[in-house]
Every structure is written in structure tokens, then in C-alpha cells.
Design a protein around this ligand. Structure first.
Ligand code: SAM
Length: 278
């Protein structure tokens, strides 16, 4: 597989940045969500020997999941518009001894393949594109007939605790509002079926997975806090900051204390995967 890396970084509309904190957040996100991505890609039909293209591969987690599913007879090419993400993904692949995974620096609009792939996948990428249906239509042209097209997006507003802890609800509501202020949908995963249909791919099959845990799960608490930290400047600028949860460093111990006292079960934003066979 080759692509034309010209105009590589142009075309990215990724508004969350690539600072260290965002990279750390993506790595944490991988730890929480990779098992659901693996399940989704398995049911979508990724099999040993397949050649896979991972769009918006970031630090590489989805490519690594796919690489394990397609085995040593298959291969994965991750594509990302951010050079620092590509470097990080390459270093992580080397660390894990994954020789069948490669990463290249290219914006989606610049991808050109010299032969079709067996599957095209992507997690949390369509939501960042100005016209996701048009992008999906173009990307699907890279897949051979009968191949797999599978994309995953989340539904932040669907996170909840039982019993209901207002502090968690406030933070989730704040994150959804901040996403909206950045022109992003906090419920993008719930629109995947319509985006597939608009891309001319018909009605996809769908599956959903969500990390569930208690206040003893450090990754769950840290992820909620890191997303909150990422978007809180937007909250401040938008004038809809919530005083009770403005002190982010204090949010984790306060929420942990409340969740432990209530013996709460915490359900994080589900990741929804839609797929079709071309
Ligand atoms: C939220 S991250 C998701 C990373 C990875 N898929 C994961 O789930 O861990 C989105 C990634 O898409 C990349 N991206 C955004 N717009 C892009 C574009 N137009 N072309 C290629 N990559 C893009 C960003 O650089 C970023 O690394």
C-alpha cells in the first residue's frame, strides 16, 4: 500500500490539538476502549491475512488492535495528518514488536492507494471531518468488493452513574456543551447509521461497548478528569463554566469520595461501531 504524502498535514480539522496532554489522554482512552474496538472489529469481520487501512490512527491503538486480529499474514497501514502522532505510533509499534503495522503521515484527502484493501477502519475520526459522509464515500472506494468498512464514534451524553451523582452529570453535560462550542457533536456515534446511508453504503450493522467500573478504577476517573481538563478552557471562553467543578484537580478526589460513599457504578461514554460489507 502506498499513499501520496503531498499536502500531508493540510486538510486536518482536528481541533483538540496534539500537545502532550492530548497524547496522554489518547493513550488512556486506548487503555479504556481498545477491548471494545477489538470486539467490534472482530464481529465486523476482520480476519487473519487481511490488509487493513486505519484512518486517523493517532498514537496507533486501533492499528495495533487490528494487527492482532489480522495476524502475521495480514498488515495494517495507519494514516494520520499529524507527524508527531505518526512518530509516536511508529515508536510504539517497534516497542511492541509489531512488524506488520506501518504508519504514514497524510491527510485523508491526500490518500491514494495503488491497490484496494480488505478493510478500512477508524475510531473517533469521522466526527472531526467537515463532511463525514463525503469522506466515507471516498474512503470506501479504497476497499475491495466484499471488504469491510467499520468506523467507531462515541456518545458522550450517554455516560451515567447509578445512583445518579450530580457531580458526574455536571461534568458530562459540560463536556458535551464544550464539544458543541467547538463545532463537534458529543453524540456523534448516534448518527453513524445516517452517515453510512448518506455515503451510499446502505444501513450498517452496529454494536456498542462502554467501560463500566467503580471509583476504584483509576483509569475511569483519570479519563473523565482529562477530558474535562481538555475542554474546560472552551467552557471558560464560552461563559458556561460550572463553578462547582471548575477546580479540576479537586474533581477526582471529590467524585471518588462521592462515588465510594454511594457505592456507585460508573458507565463511561459508549463507543458505537457501524460496519458494512462492501
Ligand atoms: C481523536 S484522535 C483518534 C486517534 C485514534 N483513532 C484512536 O482512537 O486512538 C483523531 C486523530 O485523527 C487525526 N486527524 C484528524 N483529521 C484528520 C485528517 N483530515 N486526515 C488525517 N488524520 C486526521 C488527528 O491528527 C488525530 O490523531
Amino acid at each position: 500500500m502506498t499513499t501520496t504524502p503531498s499536502a500531508a498535514a493540510s486538510g486536518s480539522t482536528y481541533v483538540l490539538g496534539h500537545a502532550d496532554a492530548e497524547v496522554q489522554r489518547l493513550l488512556l482512552q486506548g487503555r479504556l476502549y481498545d477491548r471494545y474496538t477489538e470486539h467490534a472489529l472482530r464481529v465486523a469481520g476482520l480476519r487473519p491475512g487481511m490488509r487493513v487501512l486505519d484512518i486517523g490512527s493517532g498514537p496507533g491503538d486501533v492499528s495495533f488492535v487490528a494487527a492482532r486480529l489480522v495476524g502475521t499474514a495480514g498488515s495494517v497501514l495507519g494514516v494520520d495528518a499529524a507527524p508527531q502522532m505518526v512518530e509516536l505510533a511508529r515508536a510504539r509499534a517497534a516497542e511492541q514488536g509489531l512488524s506488520t503495522v506501518h504508519f504514514i503521515h497524510s491527510a485523508i484527502d491526500s490518500i491514494e492507494l495503488d491497490e484496494p484493501v480488505d478493510a478500512i477502519i477508524g475510531r473517533l475520526i469521522l466526527m472531526h471531518l467537515p463532511d463525514p459522509a463525503a469522506a466515507l464515500r471516498r474512503l470506501s472506494s479504497f476497499v475491495r468488493p466484499g471488504g469491510v468498512i467499520a468506523f467507531s464514534e462515541n456518545d458522550i451524553a450517554a455516560a451515567y452513574t447509578v445512583p445518579d451523582l450530580p457531580l458526574f452529570g455536571q461534568v458530562i453535560g459540560g463536556i458535551v456543551r464544550a464539544f458543541e462550542a467547538m463545532g463537534l457533536s458529543g453524540r456523534f456515534g448516534t448518527t453513524l447509521h445516517a452517515i453510512f446511508a448518506d455515503a451510499g453504503l446502505g444501513t450498517p450493522r452496529l454494536t456498542l461497548g462502554a467501560p463500566v467500573g467503580t471509583a476504584d478504577d483509576a483509569d475511569i476517573l483519570a479519563y473523565a478528569a482529562e477530558v474535562w481538563r481538555l475542554v474546560s478552557p472552551i467552557e471558560q471562553q464560552g461563559g458556561f463554566a460550572i463553578d462547582e467543578v471548575a477546580d479540576i484537580d479537586n474533581f477526582v478526589p471529590r467524585f471518588r469520595e462521592q462515588a465510594l460513599a454511594a457505592d456507585a457504578l460508573i458507565t463511561m461514554p459508549p463507543i458505537i461501531t457501524a460496519w458494512v460489507r462492501k
